[in-house]
Design a protein around this ligand. Structure first.
Ligand SMILES: Nc1ncnc2c1ncn2[C@@H]1O[C@H](COP(=O)(O)OP(=O)(O)O)[C@@H](O)[C@H]1O
Ligand SMILES: [Mg+2]
Length: 221
């Protein structure tokens, strides 16, 4: 039987796009035939509310499960999930000290760190990177990458992206731009995959991100 992969969306700050990217990946990967479970590790339950906003006629295609508990309990819940999912996406709380974030670090195969290209986000990304690299020293199979999100075509964003390339963790080439379609998909409880022509560019960049995630999880070579 194929192994269930665990992908965690992690950051020190809120508002960088963890939930948004989790839900886009969940619907995109479901559309490609993967059975996806989203584990909502954030006490704010944004992912749970997002899926609940979907129309009953077109429900969110992935299971979204809440969670309260410690690392052992989380591991046990994943054991049950892994029998019915090909991939589990962990939407983490906006803190690297939160026990759920620390549990995600121990259980994930791949960690994606969304980064909004602004100077303050760079500083908080340094702290996440240190934690992830320390975890990788103990868990050599763990993979991790920085994911630029809400990228705008400004000189400042370009400068910040340049600095980001000097970080130790790799930067995913498939970054996501600042687009209304992402915010709008939350209102509809879906993803850019169910929006109209205006979301074409968002879908194209999401397709590139799906391919990058599948490669990083070893699903494709
Ligand atoms: N690429 C993007 N383009 C436009 N808005 C975005 C994008 N990514 C996230 N957002 C918006 O940013 C806000 C924070 O995103 P969210 O996914 O809730 O972040 P987090 O889970 O890290 O706290 C939301 O209002 C969301 O709609
Ligand atoms: Mg969130």
């Amino acid at each position: 039987m194929k192994q269930c992969r665990i992908v965690a969306l992690l950051s020190q700050k809120g508002g960088v796009g963890k939930t948004t990217v989790t839900m886009q990946l969940a619907e995109g990967l479901s559309g490609s035939g993967y059975r996806i479970t989203v584990c909502d590790l954030d006490p704010q339950e944004s992912a749970t509310r997002w899926a609940a906003a979907a129309d009953a006629a077109e429900p969110f295609p992935a299971t979204v499960e809440g969670f309260r508990g410690n690392l052992q309990e989380l591991g046990a819940q994943f054991g049950a999930c892994a029998r019915r999912a090909d991939m589990i996406l962990l939407d983490c709380p906006p803190s690297i000290e939160h026990p759920h974030t620390l549990a995600a670090l121990e259980l994930a195969d791949l960690i994606l760190i969304p980064v909004v290209p602004s100077p303050t986000d760079l500083w908080s990304t340094r702290a996440v990177e240190r934690l992830v690299i320390a975890t990788m020293a103990r868990r050599p199979s763990l993979r991790a990458a920085l994911l630029p999100n809400r990228v705008q075509r400004t000189a400042l964003a370009a400068d910040v992206l340049e600095v980001l390339r000097e970080f130790s963790l790799p930067v995913i080439g498939a970054s996501l731009a600042q687009r209304n379609a992402y915010a709008q998909s939350a209102v509809q409880g879906g993803s850019v995959y169910r929006l109209g022509r205006a979301a074409d560019q968002a879908r194209e960049e999401m397709d590139r991100l799906l391919a990058a995630v599948l490669e990083l999880t070893g699903e494709t070579k």
